[in-house]
Design a protein around this ligand. Structure first.
Ligand code: KG4
Ligand code: ZN
Length: 362
């Protein structure tokens, strides 16, 4: 069973070809192509939907050709075609969805509509024999979810963000600091040389009594700190401000400030996000008595987050699973894997099934 999957829900165009497992070995990823559009959106400080969908149309034929060539396979040898059907940007989802449906109709093979969040949620099990019950923490640019996973397709949402997603908070704080897009990797890099104890930032909703999150207050706290940092920079000695950079807020020029403080702020912000994610995940594990935590979504590339969660799991005898970084950010391999698991359970989609920008996981 060989599956070709397309992922076009946001600003990555991706194609993957996965050969299903047999009795002797796990699934084999024959090709995984990802064309990032970061450079096209960076100048706007975020994703522009119209630009994203046009890029998907332009990129897809080339990526399909590359994927089939590197997998040494023809379209006729594909057994099923899958595409992300939501959640995501409507005009972007339509591109991958229409292409996969067209290929399925042309080849006379089944089509599978896959939930992007299910792709992330299952990715820590990529290559595993079985999906074991677990508590899944999904942290991406659009979502922050704690999910009780009982099996493939059997999901209960335990908590979600009430405002910004964790990745969105990274992106917005990076923008405030004049760092590049996406903000997560930039902040992580700065945080490595920063002091996480330097700024006392809020850990929102820790005592809310539920498993929901809120990150917009944290972002606002960073915004309020900027003038404090800037006033320090004004009085800093020249060598302290060496290596500093211009930062912009709402397109207004803000004077230079010390690089040290940017690094400290990045480290303090990152630790605040991690503390909340770690604490709420621990509570979800306690409440459900689950012995397994999985971490997925773009923010799960963050090494400090991975290490923090791994350490707390180790301490409490909990199994911890996270995918390799290339499967954490948006990719089509995770969509192909979710499609494969569905196919194994005899599930295919109706060609009339529409995309849904707000598609729910459960
Ligand atoms: O899963 P993903 O690729 O796309 C969505 O489904 O949203 O996640 C993208 C998000 C962005 O917000 C990006 O800043 C964040 O993941 N991200 C990170 C890191 N790498 C990517 N956040 C923190 N640390 C990272 N190393
Ligand atoms: Zn994603």
């Amino acid at each position: 069973m060989t599956i070709l999957a397309l992922e076009t829900s946001c600003d990555e165009t991706a194609v993957a070809i996965l050969r299903g497992r047999n009795r002797h070995c796990g699934p084999e990823l024959l090709a995984s192509e990802v064309a990032s559009q970061i450079a096209d959106h960076e100048k706007f400080g975020g994703v522009v939907p119209e630009v994203a969908s046009r890029n998907h149309v332009a990129q897809l034929p080339r990526l399909l050709e590359r994927a089939t060539a590197s997998a040494k396979i023809t379209i006729n040898e594909i057994d099923a075609f899958a595409a992300t059907s939501g959640p995501g940007l409507a005009s972007s989802l339509l591109v991958g969805n229409s292409a996969a449906k067209g290929l399925a109709i042309g080849a006379g093979k089944p089509f599978l509509a896959i939930n992007h969040l299910e792709g992330h949620l299952l990715s820590p099990f990529f290559g595993c024999e079985k999906i074991e019950p677990n508590i899944a923490l999904i942290v991406s640019g659009g979502h922050t979810l704690l999910v009780n996973v009982r099996g493939v397709g059997d999901y209960e949402i335990l908590g979600r963000t009430l405002d910004d997603a964790a990745g969105e908070a990274f992106d917005k704080v990076a923008k405030l600091l004049g760092l590049g897009y996406p903000g997560g990797p930039e902040i992580e890099m700065r945080a490595q040389t920063g002091n996480a104890k330097k700024f006392d930032l809020p850990r929102s909703m820790l005592n809310s009594g539920d498993l929901n999150f809120s990150f917009s207050g944290l972002k606002t706290a960073v915004r309020y700190l900027l003038p404090v940092i800037l006033s320090r920079a004004d009085t800093a000695s020249p060598d302290r401000t060496e290596g500093s950079r211009e930062i912009k807020e709402d397109a207004r020029e803000i004077p230079r400030f010390a690089r040290d403080d940017t690094d400290n702020l990045c480290a303090s912000f990152q630790q605040a996000v991690i503390d909340v994610l770690r604490e709420k995940s621990s509570r979800a594990l306690q409440q459900t008595k689950s012995r397994r935590l999985t971490l997925s979504g773009g923010v799960s590339c963050n090494r400090a987050l991975r290490e923090n969660l791994r350490a707390v799991c180790q301490k409490n005898g909990i199994e911890f699973l996270v995918a390799e970084p290339r499967l954490c950010t948006d990719n089509a391999a995770m969509i192909a894997f979710a499609a494969m698991l569905r196919l194994e359970n005899g599930i295919v989609s109706d060609l009339a099934e529409e995309i849904d920008p707000n598609l729910a996981l459960a």
